[in-house]
Design a protein around this ligand. Structure first.
Ligand code: SAM
Length: 272
Protein backbone atom coordinates (compact mmCIF):
# COMPACT_ATOMS: atom_id res chain seq x y z
CA UNK A 1 0.00 0.00 0.00
CA UNK A 2 1.10 3.58 -0.58
CA UNK A 3 1.13 6.25 2.12
CA UNK A 4 -2.31 7.50 1.10
CA UNK A 5 -3.74 4.00 1.39
CA UNK A 6 -4.02 3.43 -2.35
CA UNK A 7 -2.83 0.25 -4.04
CA UNK A 8 0.71 0.24 -5.43
CA UNK A 9 1.06 -0.23 -9.16
CA UNK A 10 1.65 -3.96 -9.30
CA UNK A 11 3.86 -3.72 -12.36
CA UNK A 12 6.29 -1.13 -11.19
CA UNK A 13 9.33 -1.33 -8.98
CA UNK A 14 9.39 1.95 -7.01
CA UNK A 15 13.18 1.71 -6.71
CA UNK A 16 13.33 2.74 -10.37
CA UNK A 17 11.53 6.06 -9.85
CA UNK A 18 14.62 7.98 -8.82
CA UNK A 19 16.68 6.61 -11.71
CA UNK A 20 13.93 7.53 -14.20
CA UNK A 21 13.87 11.01 -12.65
CA UNK A 22 17.63 11.46 -13.14
CA UNK A 23 17.68 9.94 -16.61
CA UNK A 24 14.84 12.06 -18.01
CA UNK A 25 15.53 15.22 -15.94
CA UNK A 26 11.91 15.29 -14.83
CA UNK A 27 12.66 18.00 -12.28
CA UNK A 28 13.22 20.49 -15.13
CA UNK A 29 9.99 19.63 -16.92
CA UNK A 30 7.04 22.04 -17.04
CA UNK A 31 4.98 20.27 -19.69
CA UNK A 32 5.15 16.57 -20.52
CA UNK A 33 3.34 14.53 -23.17
CA UNK A 34 2.82 10.76 -22.88
CA UNK A 35 1.98 9.34 -26.30
CA UNK A 36 -0.08 6.10 -26.36
CA UNK A 37 -0.70 6.57 -22.65
CA UNK A 38 -3.28 3.76 -22.35
CA UNK A 39 -4.87 3.89 -18.91
CA UNK A 40 -2.01 5.99 -17.59
CA UNK A 41 0.42 3.46 -16.13
CA UNK A 42 3.57 5.27 -17.33
CA UNK A 43 2.10 8.68 -16.55
CA UNK A 44 1.50 7.60 -12.95
CA UNK A 45 5.16 6.63 -12.61
CA UNK A 46 6.36 9.92 -14.08
CA UNK A 47 3.99 12.05 -12.02
CA UNK A 48 5.47 10.72 -8.79
CA UNK A 49 8.69 12.54 -9.73
CA UNK A 50 7.36 15.68 -11.43
CA UNK A 51 7.30 18.89 -9.45
CA UNK A 52 4.01 20.33 -8.18
CA UNK A 53 3.82 22.94 -10.91
CA UNK A 54 4.39 20.77 -13.97
CA UNK A 55 1.54 19.72 -16.25
CA UNK A 56 1.04 16.54 -18.20
CA UNK A 57 -1.02 15.47 -21.19
CA UNK A 58 -1.66 11.89 -22.25
CA UNK A 59 -2.96 10.90 -25.67
CA UNK A 60 -4.25 7.60 -26.97
CA UNK A 61 -6.47 6.69 -29.89
CA UNK A 62 -8.41 4.17 -27.82
CA UNK A 63 -11.38 5.98 -26.28
CA UNK A 64 -12.02 3.36 -23.59
CA UNK A 65 -8.44 3.66 -22.32
CA UNK A 66 -8.65 7.45 -22.25
CA UNK A 67 -11.90 7.27 -20.28
CA UNK A 68 -10.32 4.90 -17.79
CA UNK A 69 -7.21 7.13 -17.52
CA UNK A 70 -9.42 10.17 -16.83
CA UNK A 71 -10.98 8.38 -13.87
CA UNK A 72 -7.59 7.71 -12.26
CA UNK A 73 -6.13 11.24 -12.38
CA UNK A 74 -7.55 14.36 -10.83
CA UNK A 75 -4.90 17.05 -11.08
CA UNK A 76 -2.57 18.63 -13.63
CA UNK A 77 -3.36 16.02 -16.23
CA UNK A 78 -5.42 16.06 -19.37
CA UNK A 79 -6.22 13.03 -21.50
CA UNK A 80 -6.98 13.47 -25.18
CA UNK A 81 -8.15 11.00 -27.82
CA UNK A 82 -5.70 11.38 -30.70
CA UNK A 83 -3.57 9.46 -33.16
CA UNK A 84 0.17 9.38 -32.48
CA UNK A 85 0.74 9.95 -36.20
CA UNK A 86 -1.09 13.29 -36.12
CA UNK A 87 -0.59 14.88 -32.71
CA UNK A 88 -2.99 17.78 -32.14
CA UNK A 89 -0.32 20.13 -30.75
CA UNK A 90 1.76 22.97 -32.13
CA UNK A 91 5.45 22.52 -32.99
CA UNK A 92 7.80 22.91 -30.04
CA UNK A 93 5.16 22.64 -27.28
CA UNK A 94 6.61 20.12 -24.79
CA UNK A 95 9.71 19.83 -22.61
CA UNK A 96 9.51 16.04 -22.60
CA UNK A 97 7.66 13.80 -25.04
CA UNK A 98 7.66 10.20 -23.97
CA UNK A 99 6.01 6.87 -24.69
CA UNK A 100 6.06 3.41 -23.22
CA UNK A 101 5.32 0.26 -25.20
CA UNK A 102 4.00 2.33 -28.09
CA UNK A 103 6.71 2.21 -30.76
CA UNK A 104 6.90 -1.60 -30.57
CA UNK A 105 3.22 -1.65 -31.54
CA UNK A 106 3.12 0.86 -34.39
CA UNK A 107 3.88 0.07 -38.00
CA UNK A 108 5.04 3.55 -39.00
CA UNK A 109 7.67 4.17 -36.35
CA UNK A 110 9.36 7.06 -38.22
CA UNK A 111 6.05 8.92 -38.47
CA UNK A 112 5.27 8.50 -34.79
CA UNK A 113 8.76 9.49 -33.65
CA UNK A 114 8.67 12.35 -36.20
CA UNK A 115 5.51 13.69 -34.58
CA UNK A 116 7.04 13.31 -31.11
CA UNK A 117 10.04 15.33 -32.29
CA UNK A 118 7.87 17.97 -33.96
CA UNK A 119 5.93 18.76 -30.77
CA UNK A 120 9.10 18.81 -28.59
CA UNK A 121 10.73 22.14 -27.95
CA UNK A 122 14.38 22.72 -28.90
CA UNK A 123 16.64 21.11 -26.27
CA UNK A 124 13.57 19.11 -25.20
CA UNK A 125 13.76 15.37 -24.63
CA UNK A 126 12.10 12.60 -26.63
CA UNK A 127 12.10 9.22 -24.95
CA UNK A 128 10.65 5.74 -25.19
CA UNK A 129 10.54 2.72 -22.92
CA UNK A 130 10.35 -0.51 -24.89
CA UNK A 131 10.81 -4.15 -23.90
CA UNK A 132 13.14 -6.84 -25.07
CA UNK A 133 10.82 -9.80 -24.71
CA UNK A 134 13.32 -12.08 -26.47
CA UNK A 135 15.34 -12.12 -23.28
CA UNK A 136 12.48 -12.56 -20.84
CA UNK A 137 12.99 -15.15 -18.07
CA UNK A 138 10.00 -16.84 -16.53
CA UNK A 139 9.52 -19.34 -13.79
CA UNK A 140 6.13 -20.82 -12.90
CA UNK A 141 5.16 -23.55 -10.47
CA UNK A 142 2.73 -24.75 -13.16
CA UNK A 143 4.65 -26.82 -15.66
CA UNK A 144 4.59 -25.58 -19.26
CA UNK A 145 2.76 -22.32 -18.38
CA UNK A 146 5.75 -20.31 -19.62
CA UNK A 147 5.95 -22.31 -22.88
CA UNK A 148 2.34 -21.48 -23.72
CA UNK A 149 2.89 -17.79 -22.87
CA UNK A 150 5.88 -17.72 -25.22
CA UNK A 151 3.75 -19.23 -27.99
CA UNK A 152 1.05 -16.58 -27.45
CA UNK A 153 3.59 -13.75 -27.36
CA UNK A 154 5.37 -14.90 -30.52
CA UNK A 155 2.01 -14.65 -32.31
CA UNK A 156 1.88 -10.88 -31.79
CA UNK A 157 2.25 -8.48 -34.72
CA UNK A 158 4.25 -6.10 -32.50
CA UNK A 159 8.05 -5.97 -32.53
CA UNK A 160 8.60 -7.61 -29.15
CA UNK A 161 12.33 -6.98 -29.29
CA UNK A 162 12.13 -3.31 -30.19
CA UNK A 163 13.78 -2.05 -26.96
CA UNK A 164 17.41 -2.45 -28.06
CA UNK A 165 16.59 -1.11 -31.56
CA UNK A 166 15.10 2.22 -30.44
CA UNK A 167 18.47 4.04 -30.25
CA UNK A 168 19.10 3.51 -33.96
CA UNK A 169 15.64 4.92 -34.78
CA UNK A 170 16.44 7.97 -32.61
CA UNK A 171 19.81 8.52 -34.31
CA UNK A 172 18.31 8.03 -37.78
CA UNK A 173 15.78 10.75 -36.95
CA UNK A 174 18.47 13.24 -36.01
CA UNK A 175 18.07 13.30 -32.24
CA UNK A 176 21.23 14.34 -30.41
CA UNK A 177 22.86 13.12 -27.18
CA UNK A 178 21.12 9.76 -27.60
CA UNK A 179 21.47 7.70 -24.44
CA UNK A 180 20.21 4.32 -23.35
CA UNK A 181 19.55 2.76 -19.97
CA UNK A 182 18.14 -0.70 -19.38
CA UNK A 183 16.51 -2.33 -16.41
CA UNK A 184 14.50 -5.44 -15.64
CA UNK A 185 10.91 -5.34 -14.51
CA UNK A 186 10.23 -8.18 -12.12
CA UNK A 187 6.72 -9.49 -11.59
CA UNK A 188 6.59 -11.73 -8.55
CA UNK A 189 3.50 -13.69 -7.63
CA UNK A 190 4.44 -15.61 -4.54
CA UNK A 191 2.30 -16.81 -1.63
CA UNK A 192 0.98 -15.52 0.70
CA UNK A 193 -0.80 -13.33 -1.87
CA UNK A 194 -1.51 -9.73 -0.98
CA UNK A 195 -4.07 -7.53 -2.76
CA UNK A 196 -1.67 -6.75 -5.59
CA UNK A 197 -1.10 -10.44 -6.32
CA UNK A 198 -4.80 -11.26 -5.97
CA UNK A 199 -5.71 -8.49 -8.44
CA UNK A 200 -3.09 -9.73 -10.88
CA UNK A 201 -4.21 -13.35 -10.54
CA UNK A 202 -7.88 -12.52 -11.03
CA UNK A 203 -7.24 -9.90 -13.72
CA UNK A 204 -5.18 -12.11 -16.03
CA UNK A 205 -7.11 -13.73 -18.84
CA UNK A 206 -7.20 -17.51 -19.10
CA UNK A 207 -4.60 -19.16 -21.29
CA UNK A 208 -7.36 -21.06 -23.05
CA UNK A 209 -8.97 -17.77 -24.14
CA UNK A 210 -5.62 -16.38 -25.24
CA UNK A 211 -4.79 -19.45 -27.33
CA UNK A 212 -8.26 -19.30 -28.94
CA UNK A 213 -7.28 -15.93 -30.39
CA UNK A 214 -3.95 -17.08 -31.85
CA UNK A 215 -3.52 -15.66 -35.34
CA UNK A 216 -0.68 -17.87 -36.50
CA UNK A 217 -1.28 -20.26 -39.32
CA UNK A 218 -1.25 -23.43 -37.30
CA UNK A 219 -3.33 -26.42 -38.24
CA UNK A 220 -6.73 -26.91 -36.58
CA UNK A 221 -5.40 -30.07 -34.96
CA UNK A 222 -2.41 -28.25 -33.51
CA UNK A 223 -4.57 -25.40 -32.24
CA UNK A 224 -7.00 -27.83 -30.59
CA UNK A 225 -4.11 -29.60 -28.86
CA UNK A 226 -2.70 -26.24 -27.72
CA UNK A 227 -6.07 -25.16 -26.32
CA UNK A 228 -6.43 -28.43 -24.45
CA UNK A 229 -3.08 -28.06 -22.78
CA UNK A 230 -3.85 -24.37 -22.04
CA UNK A 231 -7.10 -25.43 -20.37
CA UNK A 232 -5.23 -28.02 -18.23
CA UNK A 233 -2.69 -25.38 -17.24
CA UNK A 234 -5.53 -22.98 -16.28
CA UNK A 235 -7.06 -25.69 -14.09
CA UNK A 236 -3.74 -26.52 -12.41
CA UNK A 237 -3.10 -22.82 -11.84
CA UNK A 238 -6.52 -22.34 -10.20
CA UNK A 239 -5.90 -25.37 -7.98
CA UNK A 240 -2.49 -24.13 -6.87
CA UNK A 241 -3.83 -20.62 -6.19
CA UNK A 242 -6.58 -22.07 -3.98
CA UNK A 243 -3.97 -24.06 -2.08
CA UNK A 244 -1.66 -21.02 -1.82
CA UNK A 245 1.00 -22.91 -3.75
CA UNK A 246 1.12 -21.05 -7.04
CA UNK A 247 4.25 -19.04 -7.67
CA UNK A 248 5.52 -17.20 -10.69
CA UNK A 249 8.42 -14.88 -11.36
CA UNK A 250 8.89 -12.99 -14.62
CA UNK A 251 11.99 -10.95 -15.35
CA UNK A 252 11.38 -8.67 -18.32
CA UNK A 253 14.18 -6.51 -19.73
CA UNK A 254 13.17 -2.97 -20.75
CA UNK A 255 15.27 -0.36 -22.54
CA UNK A 256 14.78 3.37 -21.93
CA UNK A 257 16.06 5.49 -24.82
CA UNK A 258 16.28 9.27 -24.89
CA UNK A 259 17.50 11.91 -27.30
CA UNK A 260 17.56 15.69 -27.39
CA UNK A 261 16.01 17.79 -30.13
CA UNK A 262 18.50 20.30 -31.50
CA UNK A 263 18.31 22.97 -34.20
CA UNK A 264 19.92 20.47 -36.55
CA UNK A 265 17.49 17.62 -35.85
CA UNK A 266 16.03 16.66 -39.19
CA UNK A 267 13.65 13.77 -38.86
CA UNK A 268 13.39 11.33 -41.74
CA UNK A 269 9.67 11.96 -41.47
CA UNK A 270 8.69 14.24 -44.35
CA UNK A 271 5.99 16.33 -42.58
CA UNK A 272 8.65 18.00 -40.40
C1 SAM B 1 0.83 -1.61 -24.80
S1 SAM B 1 -0.17 -0.22 -24.55
C2 SAM B 1 0.87 0.76 -23.49
C3 SAM B 1 0.09 1.74 -22.67
C4 SAM B 1 0.94 2.58 -21.71
N1 SAM B 1 1.85 3.43 -22.41
C5 SAM B 1 1.68 1.70 -20.72
O1 SAM B 1 2.90 1.69 -20.74
O2 SAM B 1 1.03 1.02 -19.93
C6 SAM B 1 -0.02 0.65 -26.12
C7 SAM B 1 -0.97 1.81 -26.22
O3 SAM B 1 -0.69 2.54 -27.41
C8 SAM B 1 -1.92 2.93 -27.99
N2 SAM B 1 -1.68 3.18 -29.43
C9 SAM B 1 -1.23 2.31 -30.35
N3 SAM B 1 -1.11 2.92 -31.55
C10 SAM B 1 -1.51 4.20 -31.37
C11 SAM B 1 -1.61 5.34 -32.22
N4 SAM B 1 -1.30 5.28 -33.52
N5 SAM B 1 -2.05 6.49 -31.69
C12 SAM B 1 -2.37 6.59 -30.39
N6 SAM B 1 -2.29 5.55 -29.52
C13 SAM B 1 -1.86 4.37 -30.01
C14 SAM B 1 -2.86 1.77 -27.70
O4 SAM B 1 -4.22 2.16 -27.79
C15 SAM B 1 -2.44 1.39 -26.29
O5 SAM B 1 -3.16 2.09 -25.32
Amino acid sequence: MTKNGKEEDPLWDRRLDKIIDDFLHLGKCDLLLDVGCGSGFWMRTLMRQLTGTSNTIGIDYDKSRILSARKGFKRRTEFVIADAQALPFKDGTFDIVTCRRLLMNVKHKDEVLGEMIRVSRFRGICSCVEPDFKNISEFSSVQKESDIYKKIESDSEADLEFGPKAASLFLKNGLQEVDVWSYCMTNKTLPPYGNVEMNRLHGSRSLEDATKKLLTNISRKEKKALMMSASKIDEERKKQIKQNKYSKIEIIPFVVTKGTKSKTTTSTYSKL
